[in-house]
Design a protein around this ligand. Structure first.
Ligand code: NDP
Length: 502
């Protein structure tokens, strides 16, 4: 063996003499406890896996940059957006949502689209999806929703009954269901899809004036999707096709890029707008809020180590920077808690110190200790605030603008349920082509045919409420009684549910 390689060592740095033969008592004898290189190697292997992400487990990531192309300083003081031409390093992770870490990239599922901007005022994470809306608007429903997309507790199989039972009991999901079962639910690659913030965020400027915004990353590779059939075939042929596509494109110098477009709404417009601008099941129609191009993102470097950079990447919508704040969107409020919480569970309380997650600007806090605190733990300085010994202090000039909220503290039910059918209807009628509608109906029929008939009826009534043609075609595909579907569509959700009870 050549002598010019680096020495193999144990974790403590002791050189290893032999990595092929365990130390034994005699050539055929039992293995000796004193072979600490062996025991360390086995023990570390036993601990290689960390908890899988409960959602977004299967993913691929890449490094790149974001470059500003328009002056947005009237809207935000965010330093990374402060100058046309300014570049900021990013790390992006794309993912499927419901499947396990080994699941197929071509599954029908929303795709995660998470961007970490390493700005000079802290890391900014925009943790979006390839869809502009979401299934539910209240975080209290999230764990239940995800359970229905995963596996049956008894059979450990995916279950169309669970899937459609929950969705048909949750009519606000119809908009996202319509996108999910269109061919946009099976993007051809991660490069051929858009990314949306889905949530509304606040942008505020140096004077403390604020606007509400939504982000749209538009693919410069063009939207391309699989049909349901093509996606099924790809699942069997190459379950990792989107991971492979991203890695290979970047290796070959074919760097994928996205334009960033923003929709901007003033607080006055928000007050009187016909849709709740903070309801994540709705979009802001482009006609009312035309998107403005403000920058471009390019991915130009593959990770060198998947585990270190992609598996350990921890995104959280709570990672905001001065100039960008949260909105009252209830799902966003839930995610502000849940994302950092799940990262603490998955990676430990000091996950933010891992190289892929660490900010590239100075970081000082009074959080100390905890498992795997592998830096200097902020040395010998004071570990409490306030202090008289020169420890870091807060700066009131970074306060997020105050917003006026009022009302009774209670569990408020959503009261405009019929509005939930407007946008899916518009999408079906006005945006989709004939081919899109045909594929949508066929994709739904394929999946919904696996559920009990009463669930088919309840769900079809929702499609019918969004658009008669939509509901009729799905009902026909399933061989349902059209009059029954139309009758159920006339009912309140409460009556519809009792009419379709077992
Ligand atoms: P517009 O006609 O101005 O915009 C339609 C949007 O729909 C475009 O951004 C287009 O994205 C996208 N789109 C095209 N085909 C599909 C499809 N098969 N599935 C999902 N999205 C598609 O209309 P509005 O702004 O008034 O919105 C009408 C409907 O379009 C909405 O109810 C919503 O369902 C959908 N939509 C709206 C978005 C928004 O932010 N306003 C964003 C995405 C969808 P692209 O240009 O990238 O192809």
């Amino acid at each position: 063996m050549s002598n010019d390689r680096e020495k193999l060592t144990t974790g403590s740095g002791m050189p290893v003499d032999d990595d092929q033969n365990s130390a034994t008592a005699g050539p055929d004898g039992p293995v000796l406890m004193q072979d600490v290189h062996l025991t360390e190697k086995l023990a570390h292997f036993d601990r290689e896996r960390i908890p899988e992400r409960v959602v977004h487990a299967k993913g691929a990531g890449a490094h790149g940059f974001f470059e500003v192309s328009a002056d947005v300083t009237e809207y935000t003081r965010a330093s990374f957006l402060s100058e046309v031409g300014k570049r900021t390093d990013v790390f992006v992770r794309f993912s499927t949502v419901g499947g396990e870490k080994g699941s197929a990239d071509s599954e029908r599922d929303p795709r995660g689209f998470a961007v970490k901007f390493y700005t000079e005022e802290g890391n900014y994470d925009l943790v979006g999806n390839n869809t502009p809306v979401f299934f539910i608007r209240d975080p209290l429903k999230f764990p239940d929703f995800i359970h229905t997309q995963k596996r049956d507790p008894a059979s450990n199989l995916k279950d169309p009954d669970m899937f459609w039972d929950f969705l048909s009991l949750t009519p606000e999901s119809l908009h996202q269901v319509t996108i999910l079962f269109s061919d946009r639910g099976t993007p051809r690659t991660y490069r051929n899809m858009n990314g949306y913030s889905s949530h509304t965020y606040m942008w505020y400027n140096e004077s403390g004036d604020y606007v509400w915004v939504q982000y749209h990353f538009k693919t410069e590779q063009g939207i391309e999707n699989f049909t349901g059939e093509e996606a099924d075939e790809m699942r069997g042929t190459d379950p990792d096709h989107a991971t492979r596509d991203l890695y290979e494109a970047i290796e070959q110098g074919d760097f994928p890029s996205w334009r960033l477009e923003m929709q901007i709404m003033t607080p006055e417009e928000a007050e009187s707008y016909r849709f709740d601008p903070f309801d994540i099941t709705k979009v802001w129609p482009h006609e009312d809020f035309p998107p403005i191009e403000i920058g471009r993102m390019v991915l130009n470097r593959n990770p060198e180590n998947y585990f270190a950079e992609v598996e350990q990447a921890a995104f959280a919508p709570a990672n905001l920077v001065p100039g960008i704040g949260p909105s009252p969107d209830k799902m966003l409020q839930g995610r502000l808690f849940s994302y950092p919480d799940t990262q603490r569970h998955r990676l430990g309380p000091n996950y933010h110190l891992l190289p892929i997650n660490a900010p590239k600007c100075p970081m000082h806090s009074y959080q100390r200790d905890g498992a795997m605190r592998h830096d200097d733990n902020d040395g010998g300085g004071p570990n409490y605030w306030p202090n008289s010994f020169g420890g870091p202090g807060p700066d009131p000039s970074y306060a997020v603008p105050a917003i006026d909220v009022a009302g009774m503290a209670a569990r408020h039910a959503y009261e405009l349920a019929d509005v939930d059918f407007v946008q899916p209807g518009n999408l079906y009628r006005d945006v989709m082509t004939d081919q899109d509608r045909e594929n949508l109906v066929s994709n739904i029929v394929d999946h919904l045919s696996g559920a009990q008939q009463r669930l088919q009826l309840r769900q079809c009534a929702l499609f019918y409420k969004a658009d008669e043609d939509y509901g009729t075609r799905v009902a026909e595909g399933l061989g349902l009684d059209l009059e029954e579907v139309a009758g159920l569509a006339e009912m309140s959700q409460e009556d519809r549910v009792s009419a379709t009870s077992a």
